[in-house]
Ligand binder design. Sequence first.
Ligand SMILES: NC(=O)c1ccc[n+]([C@@H]2O[C@H](COP(=O)([O-])OP(=O)(O)OC[C@H]3O[C@@H](n4cnc5c(N)ncnc54)[C@H](O)[C@@H]3O)[C@@H](O)[C@H]2O)c1
Length: 241
Amino acid sequence: MATLTSKIVLVTGAAGAIGSAVCAAVTRGGGTAIATDLKAGGAIAYALDVTAEKDWSRVMADIERAHGRLDGLVNAAGIVALGTVEQLDFATWRRVLSINLDGAFLGCKYAMPLLRKQGGAIVNLSSVSGLVGGHNLAAYNASKGGLSLLSKSVALHGARLKPPVRCNAICPAFVEGPMIEQIAQSARNPDLAREKMPQEIPLGRVAKPGEIAALCAYLLSDEAAFITGADVPIDGGLTAR
Ligand SMILES: NC(=O)c1ccc[n+]([C@@H]2O[C@H](COP(=O)([O-])OP(=O)(O)OC[C@H]3O[C@@H](n4cnc5c(N)ncnc54)[C@H](O)[C@@H]3O)[C@@H](O)[C@H]2O)c1
C-alpha cells in the first residue's frame, strides 16, 4: 500500500466509483482526502463543478485557509457520451470536452499555487480511449486524448518548479461502476454488451475501482518521485495488442 502520511489530496468526482475509491486509498495510506463532487453532503466536503472557475477559486481559498498547502490532486470527474462524429450534436461534444478536459485544466491551474508550495503530484483520469480510438467515442476520445497531452505539458512545467510538481495520466479500460452500466444501457442489447466487456480484455475481466485507486495512490506518493509525464495504461492488457 502506498504511503501518503500527512498528504492532503483533493479528489474531484469523489462520489463516483473511482473517485470514492481514491479517497478511501488516500485515507488508508495515512493522508487526508478532500472529497468534492457536484453536490456536497455525506462524504463529499465541497460542491465543486469542475467546469466552474468560481468553484475552483472558492475551494482552493478554503483549503489554503485550512491547510496552507495541497500535496495532491486527482482529477476523477468525468462523463462519457457515445456517438460517432456524425451522430453527436455540438452541445454534447462541448459538454464532454468541458467536463473531461476544461475541468482538468482548471483543476491543474487552480491547484498549482498550493501544490508548488511544498511540491506535489497530480493524477488525471484519462482512459484507454485517450490512447486508441473507438468509432462511437468521438467526443470522449478527443477529451481523453487531450487530457493525456495536457498532463505532459503540466508535467514539464511542474518539473521546472522547485520543489517539483509531478503530473501523470492513467488510462483504465472498463471499470466496475455506473459509467460502464451507462455504456451497456445505451447498447441495443445491454445484456450482450455487459457480457462482451470482459471478453474484450485479455485478462478476461473488468477492473475494480480499488485497483485504479491503488495506482493513483502510488503515483501520489513519494515512492513515485521519478515518475512524471507518463500515460500509464491499467487495462488488463487491452492496449498491448
Ligand atoms: N468507469 C470506467 O470504465 C472508466 C474507464 C476509463 C476512464 N474512466 C474515467 O475515470 C473517471 C471516473 O470515472 P468513474 O467510473 O468513477 O465514473 P462515475 O460516473 O462513477 O463518477 C464520475 C463522477 O464525476 C462527477 N461529475 C460529473 N460531472 C461533474 C462536474 N461537472 N463537476 C464535478 N463532478 C462531476 C459525477 O457526479 C460522478 O460522481 C472519469 O474521468 C472517467 O472518464 C472511467
